[in-house]
Design a protein around this ligand. Structure first.
Ligand code: C2E
Ligand code: MG
Ligand code: MG
Length: 340
């Protein structure tokens, strides 16, 4: 299969994934053998495709578990058994809360609160992300509107969009409908899209995002610096904010290279008139450094974890602020790029 196929002067390369089962070890009839071979195939695909694997008993356990999770998820979408937590976004200069990112959790009857990494990929694969994503959008917009109606300070809410949602031609219309149903002003909604989503959809997505952007909604690029980091799309896509990935923020104190990356991202954003938000900020030193580099905002455990809606409302009501850290910035020898 690794030999190319030539069709009408075009060369085509295909990859091949193979799952294998053995009679009678993995099954004694055709149906069971096909199913166990399929479980092995699934494993191959999960581990990057273009390979072959024999079936093992663990694969069966994993497949059963997977099917159960899928059934549970379908059920949960029907019953809307999800909850959104909100992580405050804080202005680095004033220390004030300037927004919230909505992060979904699944309220599972036996497993408790399931984090998104455990079910968003599954929802994508099984074609369930559009109904789930629509629920998330409606809930986040509705919640923000309720906070306003309760007289809380007005801040925008950021909602993550998955790749599959971005592929949906109806996305701009769906968003417009949700905004009009919930009564939320478009400028109070920000959509987070990852670099890899952008890069995978360079043909259709620019126009779709432009449509969304023209409706007054802001767009931010999530996990910036970890995807393909092709700079051309920064000018081609209507982006407002770069979210500097956790990874760089985490290591910027100890690793001058990561510090250099953060410094460069902030400069790049500045020159393109984009906003920067640092993600995953856990330490006072990081806050001090980010401020020095000219990054505008941050979110992270240092100020607050993602919290239930009531708790976020309390923070807004109390006007909670981030104290300016007094920690001295590391010696300039370690931070050669911080020149002001
Ligand atoms: P993300 O959009 O980059 O969200 C940031 C993640 O970092 C969140 O994890 C958040 O809890 C975590 N985080 C925040 N501050 C800190 C910190 O100081 N230190 C560390 N170590 N982590 C921090 P979470 O909630 O588990 O979400 C993981 C990912 O799942 C998100 O990454 C996003 O890609 C996806 N996701 C979450 N909610 C949704 C959603 O509603 N829709 C879609 N499509 N994806 C979602
Ligand atoms: Mg995000
Ligand atoms: Mg992120």
């Amino acid at each position: 299969m690794s030999e190319p196929f030539i069709i009408s002067d075009h060369t085509f390369h295909v990859t091949c994934s193979i799952g294998m089962s053995i009679y009678p070890r993995d099954g004694t009839d055709g149906g069971v053998l096909m199913r166990t071979a399929d479980e092995a195939l699934y494993k191959v695909k999960e581990e990057g495709r273009n390979n072959a694997a024999f079936h093992t008993p663990e694969m069966h356990a994993a497949a059963v578990e997977f099917i159960r999770l899928e059934n549970d998820l379908r059920d949960a979408i029907r019953k809307e058994s999800f909850v959104l937590h909100y992580q405050p976004q804080v202005d680095l200069q004033s220390g004030r809360i300037i927004g919230a990112e909505a992060l979904v959790r699944w309220q599972h009857p036996e497993r408790g609160l399931v984090p998104p990494d455990m079910f968003i990929p599954l929802a994508e694969e099984k074609g369930l992300i559009v109904p789930l994503g629509n629920w998330i959008l409606r809930e986040a917009c509705g919640q923000n509107r309720r906070w306003q109606q309760a007289g809380l300070p007005v801040v925008p809410v950021a909602v993550n969009l998955s790749a599959m949602q971005c592929r949906d031609a109806a996305l701009p219309e769906t968003i417009r409908r949700i905004l009009s149903q919930t009564g939320l002003a478009p400028n109070l909604l920000e959509l987070e899209i990852t670099e890899s989503t952008l890069m995978a959809q360079t043909q259709t997505l620019p126009a779709r995002l432009m449509d969304i952007k023209n409706a007054g909604i802001r767009i931010s690029l999530d996990d910036f610096g970890t995807g393909y980091s092709s700079l051309s799309y920064l000018t081609r896509f209507p982006i407002d904010t770069l979210k500097i990935d956790n990874l760089f923020v985490r290591d910027m104190i100890d690793d001058p290279k990561d510090l250099a990356v953060v410094d460069t991202i902030v400069d790049l954003a500045d020159n393109l008139h984009l906003r920067t938000i640092a993600e995953g900020v856990e330490k006072a030193e990081q806050v001090a450094l980010l401020k020095l580099l000219g990054c505008q905002a941050m979110q992270g455990f240092y100020f607050s974890k993602p919290v239930p809606a009531e708790e976020f409302a309390r923070m807004l009501t109390e006007g909670r602020r981030m104290d300016s850290p007094e920690t001295p910035v590391p010696a300039t020898e370690n931070t050669p790029l911080v020149t002001g």
